[in-house]
Design a binder for this molecule. Structure first.
Ligand code: SF4
Length: 225
């Protein structure tokens, strides 16, 4: 960014701009700066991040996993215990269910990209606090700017709020085509909700079939996972 433009923005109190492919910016407590343009460099840029208090209790920062060329990106909320231990998103029971959903689409985890809004585990799996979201969310947006998938699936209300708007309710928006920064987006229930409410699997499968239609994927099973 032009130094004069940067100085002007900082003088009027603007320390963060929404991420766009040509204008990536850092977390709100950081000076305006460009994010790297590929995932590995972005991970190095985040480094041993200590921008919010969640750094204190984590074992591993859980960045994301999957194909950098993925047409489909799943975005969840935050790592849980298993994910914190392994450093990989969605590897516990909810993650195993997500894997079955991906497999039912005729895909493998290596074909998609999976990440969370928050990169470090909140203690006791509590909801992330607004200030933690404010610090971490720019990393997710930088990831999505780099990936530019054909479609995003927001898993649960937390991800839907981060990507669509703070007022949305997952029960109202699930299955509805929306968009994030020009990328089509369909929210559905989080797999951990499905573990508690298995009756909602049918609705998730309906949402997943819409994603498959957009991606032009054949329905290999014709039934829900
Ligand atoms: S949750 Fe995000 S902002 Fe907070 S320490 Fe982890 S990576 Fe940094």
């Amino acid at each position: 960014m032009d130094p004069l433009k940067r100085l002007y923005l900082e003088s009027i109190g603007v320390h963060y701009l929404p991420c766009r492919p040509q204008d990536r910016t850092a977390a709100p407590d950081q000076p305006l700066q460009e994010f790297p343009a590929d995932l590995q460099a972005l991970r190095r840029h985040i480094g041993d991040c200590r921008r919010c208090p969640l750094a204190e209790g984590r074992r591993n920062l859980v960045f994301g996993t999957g194909s950098p060329e993925a047409d489909l990106v799943f975005v969840g909320e935050a790592p849980g215990k298993d994910e914190d231990l392994k450093g990989e998103p969605f590897v516990g029971k909810a993650g195993q269910l997500l894997t079955r959903i991906i497999n039912a689409m005729g895909l493998g985890r290596e074909d998609v990209y999976i990440c969370n809004v928050i990169k470090c585990r909140p203690p006791g799996n509590r909801d992330p606090l607004p200030e933690e979201v404010a610090q971490c969310e720019p990393f997710l947006k930088a990831q999505l700017d780099i990936l530019r998938p054909r479609i995003i699936c927001a898993l649960g209300s937390f991800a839907a709020r981060a990507l669509i708007g703070p007022e949305v309710r997952i029960s109202k928006v699930r299955g509805r085509l929306s968009e994030y920064n020009g990328i089509p987006l369909i929210p559905t229930y989080h797999p951990s909700f499905l573990l508690r409410n298995p009756g909602a699997k049918r609705e998730v499968w309906e949402d997943v079939q819409k994603i498959m239609q957009i991606l032009g994927l054949p329905d290999p099973r014709g039934q829900n996972p």
